[in-house]
Design a protein around this ligand. Structure first.
Ligand code: NAG
Ligand code: NAG
Ligand code: NAG
Length: 300
């Protein structure tokens, strides 16, 4: 019966969203139409795991790349996805966009803003405020950075100025920095870390530690990609130890070479806790699912 499959679908979607809210970050190294057609399946599988995904290094002057990605994703997944993008940033001809892909049913964009200074960045952060009633924290800011490797230390240090700018502008400090900061190895040495305010100030929690390897290659072990949150409230709203590298070759059983041809960096993921309402609803949803399952079986 049609209503039974509709109900099943709805329950299934509710359950999928009740296990925490996933934020992803991925430096896709020149994501263009070619790369999408070569890796359509892998990219959609990855993105369909994220409530919000921040993609870095998207080469998309006319918006066609993101449109193709959304079309593919919306055909593949039961959720509906939308996007918000910065302008092309950096130096021509390598203009790069920060692109957020998000599930419209679970999160909405409240505000967006392009940082313009005084701190200087090759690709200044494109800040977006999200609201999700499915999360315990409700509202939060995401602040992306794909740093210029040669300026990594100064740019990561500059994130503190962006933080101050955001807290002044919105009178709120619930924010998470994320992206390929190049925050390790030769680009940010151990002795340089003390010059970085986000490292010095213990109110900032680095969810991806210095020992994590965010690179795909076996030859390098560097924590280039990071997630950093400010303050207790947001830290408490995160599922402990959920911030990690998502190894596409392990998760999707792909060869390293294939994964490398998408990007030399791994995607990152972190989970926010569900709102209490969602948590309380989960056992009930499971019960309903089994009752419907049983009913359909006994029908045959
Ligand atoms: C979330 O809650 C706020 C305020 O409680 C409400 O205005 C908003 O419409 C809700 N959003 C969704 C998507 O339900
Ligand atoms: C900032 O926003 C969060 C999430 O909506 C809220 O919990 C917090 O109280 C706010 N903080 C301030 C200082 O307004
Ligand atoms: C860390 O940053 C916060 C926010 O700007 C500030 O209130 C606090 O005083 C700083 N702590 C230290 C030790 O500098």
């Amino acid at each position: 019966m049609w209503w039974r499959s509709a109900l099943l679908m709805w329950l299934f979607l509710m359950l999928r969203t009740s296990e925490g809210f996933t934020i992803c970050s991925y430096n896709v190294q020149k994501l263009n139409s070619q790369k999408i057609s070569n890796h359509r399946h892998t990219l959609t599988r990855l993105l369909s795991r994220c409530d919000v995904a921040l993609l870095q290094h998207v080469s998309d002057p006319d918006g066609k790349v993101v449109r193709t990605l959304l079309n593919t994703l919306n055909k593949f997944d039961d959720f509906l996805y939308s996007s918000v993008s910065s302008d092309g940033l950096g130096k021509s001809p390598d203009l790069q966009k920060y692109v957020y892909i998000y599930r419209t049913g679970s999160v909405e964009v409240l505000d967006q803003y392009q940082y313009r200074g005084p701190s200087s960045f090759l690709r200044p952060p494109f800040v977006v405020q999200f609201r999700s009633n499915r999360t315990a924290i409700k509202k939060f800011f995401l602040v992306p950075l794909h740093s210029d490797p040669d300026q990594a230390k100064d740019e990561i240090n500059g994130l503190y100025d962006v933080f101050q700018d955001v807290s002044r502008k919105w009178n709120n400090q619930t924010l998470c920095f994320l992206g390929d900061f190049h925050a390790a190895c030769a680009y940010l040495t151990k002795s340089n870390r003390k010059d970085v305010r986000l490292f010095r100030n213990s109110s900032f929690s680095w969810l991806i530690g210095d020992k994590v390897d965010t690179t795909v290659s076996d030859d390098t072990s560097c924590a280039y990609d990071r997630m950093v949150v400010f303050g207790e409230p947001l830290l408490k709203a995160i599922i402990p130890r959920s911030a990690k590298v998502f190894d596409l070759s392990k998760e999707f059983k792909l060869s390293r070479t294939k994964v490398m041809s998408i990007s030399e960096n791994h995607p990152l993921m972190v989970k926010l806790k569900s709102s209490t309402l969602m948590l309380q609803a989960t056992p009930l949803l499971l019960l309903l699912l089994s009752v419907i399952g049983w009913l359909s079986l006994s029908d045959q």
